[in-house]
Write a protein that binds this ligand. Structure first.
Ligand code: ADP
Length: 655
């Protein structure tokens, strides 16, 4: 070790034995690299006097002196000069005492007569070095302490037993407690991990509640591991957030009430339009030519659509109010979804043909790209019409003249089992910060260029509700000024997903499943007219009427396609049950008014599947692989027949 400015180390030897003092002098005098200047004191009081004058680098202290003995010797020395390192010199039999002296603060000890020449110098030098390190550490700790003492943020040091070891004045203000009540007590809150934050609620002595955010880092505190937690009073911030939320809720509620009122008001005139259109369509106001009939049917479909939209508006408005007011009824008033096997391609074409006129006014081109072999979806056709209508309408609305809106439907590859329906436009696009928010209730983007395009901010919210209720997802990809693509997914129709819950033991007690098809053949191979639709719903009503709930159990209605085919699965306890049911349906259909009108005819076909060949078995019934395969074959067969029928209707000359 190099002495600053090459000054020799000043050693104070407190030793009454003159011979020993001489020995020490000679050893240190001969020591190699470092030079020592030795002063001697013959007893403790002389030693302490010398120490009081200062300038001593290390003390070599004999434990047994004429005026002091044992542990008091070291205590008094350290009291006099707490920052001067002390090396004890002891006799062999004093070693236990020497160890105690170390505990009191001595730097080292040497047993007289045992040390070698090099050892003495080294012990002295090490003692000086260690003392300097300790002083430096204490100084830095003191600086650190001053720093956090003055910090305006509350800072607490908590050891790993959760005992408070240090608090700065800001903490005592935050907790409303004096330092003495906090130090060395257990900290009553969990300490967050390094780098993490937590929120704590502090109740001060007067009962005032303060919310603070706590952040912790690991430190070394007086030689032990501890956490340094800094706190931030966020009471005001929280209060403001709560106020903002309350204002937002009030605004929503006001909008809700407004929406409810408006929708109610709209309903009345709309019912009148609905009624008179029906009267005209039914020919009660005189005959219509076929063009008038077609136009009126378009009016009728749109009135229906509008009625549905108003109903939804009322329903979601009610939902939100109920959710705000009464959280115990979150399910009340939700948009209902009744899924069946549907062709998304057909729905897309239907909606596009409806929106062609609107698109044409802006010279917007509408495209659809739908693979021939697209599997059907498991969805509520009415609801999906609504989603498509909303998205395509928005596409047209937010796209400038002569743009394009296109719809691409394809199966999702990963995870499979879903269809992806993408509606793209070449419109204004959506800013990144709005891409999530536009799906929120009553949200409208501030950035929509043209205020006149604004609606209610409810369309996409309803879309999201509907899609999530189908188990799908909806999102938007967009590039500013280039356009947006809204995607949504719907589950692919599969027997497993569709039938499995229905064929569960709780739902299915019968062991024989009857598969019944009711085919309604229409004379004219157009899309369904309103009158056809009414016929089909009448037939559906008949089917429901025919099925006695206590005897048979209707499983799903498998679909109602363009050509009026309805097929459904029914579970009966035996073949006789299925036959009786078919007889009943046939009998009722024969009496159906609409079916008597010329062009229509209905066929009832049935088939049977045994779920379990052992009728004695009472255990649970499962949709096993064999039954599922059989059901699938049957349904595929029906679907193929329908396709063939459809093709033939389209191109009658080929058949
Ligand atoms: P609104 O009735 O206001 O149109 P929506 O829920 O349908 O309500 O849409 C919410 C907002 O999302 C719109 O106000 C608009 O800012 C934005 N938006 C929706 N579709 C598009 C689109 N295709 N292109 C650009 N912005 C869109």
């Amino acid at each position: 070790m190099q002495q600053p400015g090459k000054r020799p180390f000043k050693v104070l030897l407190i030793e009454d034995d003159e011979d020993y003092a001489g020995l020490v002098r000679s050893i240190l005098g001969r020591s190699g690299g470092s030079s020592f200047e030795i002063e001697t004191a013959g007893d403790l009081s002389a030693g302490l006097d010398r120490l009081a004058q200062g300038g001593i680098d290390v003390v070599l202290l004999d434990m047994t002196l004429p005026d002091s003995e044992g542990i008091t010797t070291i205590r008094r020395t350290l009291q006099q000069a707490p920052h001067v390192p002390v090396v004890m010199l002891t006799g062999l039999d004093d070693e236990t005492l020497a160890i105690r002296a170390l505990q009191e603060g001595a730097q080292d000890y040497l047993i007289k007569g045992q040390h070698e020449v090099a050892l003495l110098a080294r012990a002295a030098l090490y003692a000086i070095e260690r003392q300097r390190n300790r002083d430096a550490l204490l100084a830095s700790e003191a600086r650190f302490r001053r720093l956090i003492e003055k910090n305006v943020d509350p800072i607490i040091i908590i050891d790993d037993q959760l005992v408070v070891r240090f608090v700065n004045p800001a903490v005592t203000r935050l907790f409303g407690r004096p330092k003495t009540q906090m130090l060395n007590t257990v900290f009553g809150f969990p300490v967050p991990r390094q780098g993490q934050t937590s929120e704590i609620e502090i109740v001060d002595t007067k009962g005032k509640v303060v919310v603070a955010e706590m952040r912790a880092v690991r430190i070394d505190w007086q030689g032990e591991q501890a956490s340094l937690a800094s706190l931030r009073d966020i009471t005001e911030h929280k209060r403001m957030l709560a106020e903002l939320e309350q204002t937002r809720q009030q605004e929503l509620q006001m909008k809700d009430v407004f929406l409810s009122n408006v929708s109610h008001e709209l309903r009345t005139p709309l019912s009148v339009i609905h009624q008179f259109t029906t009267i005209m369509l039914d020919g009660l106001a005189g005959d219509l030519n076929s063009e008038q009939q077609d136009h009126l049917e378009i009016v009728f479909r749109n009135v229906e659509q509008l009625r549905k939209m108003i109903d939804d508006l009322l329903q979601v408005a009610r939902t939100e109010i109920e959710e705000v007011i009464d959280v115990s009824q979150p399910e009340a008033g939700k948009l209902s979804v009744i899924s069946e096997c549907v062709s998304i391609g057909a729905l897309v074409k239907e909606i596009l043909s409806m929106l062609r006129t609107i698109a044409a006014t802006k010279k917007i081109a509408l495209f659809a790209d739908i693979p021939e072999d697209l599997p059907p979806a498991l969805a509520d056709p009415q609801r999906i019409r609504q989603v498509l209508n909303n998205l395509i309408n928005n596409g047209i609305k937010f796209t400038p003249d002569e743009g394009t809106v296109s719809i691409v439907v394809q199966p999702v590859r990963n995870p499979s089992g879903f269809l992806d329906i993408a509606v793209s436009d070449t419109g204004c696009g959506i800013l990144p910060e709005d891409r999530e928010k536009i799906f929120e209730y009553l949200y409208q983007s501030e950035n929509t260029i043209d205020d006149s395009r604004k609606g209610l901010g409810i369309g996409l919210y309803i879309c999201r509700e509907i899609v999530t209720r189908h188990g799908g997802r909806i999102w938007v990809d967009s590039e500013a000024e280039k356009g947006s693509t809204f995607h949504f997914t719907l589950p692919v129709f599969s027997l497993q997903t569709y039938l499995a819950p229905i064929l569960s033991p709780a739902n299915l007690r019968a062991r024989t499943v009857g598969l019944i098809t009711v085919e309604v053949l229409l004379g004219d191979a157009r899309n369904l007219t309103k009158a056809d639709e009414r016929t089909l719903s009448e037939i559906w009503g008949i089917l429901k009427y025919c099925i006695l709930p206590e005897m048979d159990q209707v499983l799903p209605r498998m679909g109602r396609f363009e050509y009026g085919e309805i097929f459904f699965v029914v579970a009966c306890s035996n073949i006789e049950g299925v036959k009786a049911l078919v007889r009943r349906i046939r009998g009722q259909l024969a009496r159906a008014d609409n079916l008597q009108d010329g062009d229509l005819s209905a066929k009832v076909i049935y088939d049977m599947i045994d779920i379990d060949s052992d009728p004695q078995q009472t255990g649970p019934i499962e949709l096993n692989a064999a039954v599922a395969a059989r059901l699938k074959e049957w349904i595929d067969d029906k679907l193929n027949n329908r396709r063939a029928f459809h093709e033939q209707e389209k191109n009658p000359h080929r058949g």
